[in-house]
Write a protein that binds this ligand. Structure first.
Ligand SMILES: Cc1cc2nc3c(=O)[nH]c(=O)nc-3n(C[C@H](O)[C@H](O)[C@H](O)COP(=O)(O)OP(=O)(O)OC[C@H]3O[C@@H](n4cnc5c(N)ncnc54)[C@H](O)[C@@H]3O)c2cc1C
Length: 301
């Protein structure tokens, strides 16, 4: 694969992907490019891959993907473009964030300017881009609650501005997430916020952080593995099935929160997936509930 001249020399070949994911799992990609400069750089690299027919996958924080031990045949683009602009548009207090901005960083910058709305995102790993695709959320809110629009580069349509309605958000899903071709990249998202006392915003963020520390385990994981089934909690069902602490190889169902699966150090992606399938099978057999994956499987399985 050939990238435009200034970028080609920064292409990493046969690069292990584990270091770019929160679970620290995954084999190598044929190529990895880390976009750090601008949305233009990101767009040019994506377009180069598309025009050459190279399979390409964008990752933000890798906090919601389980990458196979076989890795990814093609190009993985790590989005580390992190511009943030504050301003008043559409008669609202707004922030426009490049898709590579970390959710926690964005929440903190908004707090320090007395802008409320993204408190829930503090301590949620990953980037704005991943959150826009997944409709990440916590503490009763989600990215859809404040999003006005996202700028998306689409292989077929070029750069398009998609409104919140067009993104068709649902619980941890969106019109982008359900696209199997993945031939798009989120470049930027704009959020409407409301003015509030920075100290009050900080207090809410701190209570969310404290709640997370009380209820969620440390260690390499992907957060919640399964979506909560309607009216219930995936973690409750897995715990009731007696699976807390259950291990396959180096992958373990957390003893703190049964919807978190920990890479205890020596896990492979295969161990991790076997643990996922085991939990799904036990919960289905015992309670007749089909647990749907929240995390995404990427690569050759
Ligand atoms: C400890 C822990 C706690 C977590 N807690 C929560 C929580 O409370 N709530 C919650 O919702 N999630 C949670 N998660 C999951 C994760 O934080 C979210 O899903 C987050 O939105 C993932 O963002 P990311 O940048 O890491 O996405 P990635 O994992 O890098 O990518 C996810 C998907 O988005 C696509 N993507 C990423 N960036 C772009 C882009 N710019 N353009 C196009 N496609 C893109 C990828 O190709 C992939 O399909 C947690 C994860 C961990 C590890």
């Amino acid at each position: 694969m050939n990238l435009p001249a200034p970028y080609q020399e920064r292409l990493l070949r046969d690069e292990p992907l584990g270091r770019y994911t929160a679970a620290r799992l995954g084999g190598a990609a044929d190529g990895v490019y880390i976009a750090r400069e601008s949305a233009v750089e990101l767009a040019l690299v994506m377009q180069a891959a598309w025009s050459q027919g190279v399979p390409v996958r964008v990752l933000g924080g890798g906090a919601n993907v389980l990458i196979s031990d076989a890795g990814f045949r093609g190009l993985v683009v790590i989005n580390d473009v992190t511009d943030i602009h504050f301003g008043d548009w559409h008669e609202r207090r707004n922030v426009a964030a490049a898709a590579g901005v970390g959710l926690t960083v964005l929440a903190r910058k908004c707090q320090s300017r007395g802008l409320s709305g993204l408190e829930w995102a503090t301590s949620v790993p990953g980037t704005v881009g991943g959150a826009v695709v997944n409709n990440a959320g916590a503490h009763g809110s989600d990215i859809a609650a404040n999003l006005i629009e996202a700028v998306v580069l689409d292989e077929q349509r070029g750069a398009v501005i998609l409104s919140r309605d067009e993104l068709a958000y649902g619980y941890r899903t969106s019109a982008l997430k359900s696209r199997s071709d993945r031939r798009f990249v989120v470049l930027l998202a704009q959020f409407a916020l409301t003015a509030d006392d920075p100290a009050a915003i900080l207090a809410r963020m701190e209570s969310f952080i404290a709640h997370r520390k009380r209820t969620q385990p440390p260690g390499a994981s992907l957060g919640s593995i399964f979506k909560n089934p309607p009216g219930d909690y995936a973690g409750r069902l897995i715990e009731q099935a007696g699976l807390k602490g259950y291990r396959i190889g180096g992958a373990e169902i957390s003893t703190v929160h049964a919807n978190f699966f920990i890479n205890t150090g020596g896990a492979t992606a295969r161990d991790y997936l076997a643990l996922i399938r085991h939990a799904q099978a036990r919960v289905q057999a015992l309670y007749g509930v089909e647990l749907e994956l929240e995390v995404e499987l990427v690569g050759d399985w």
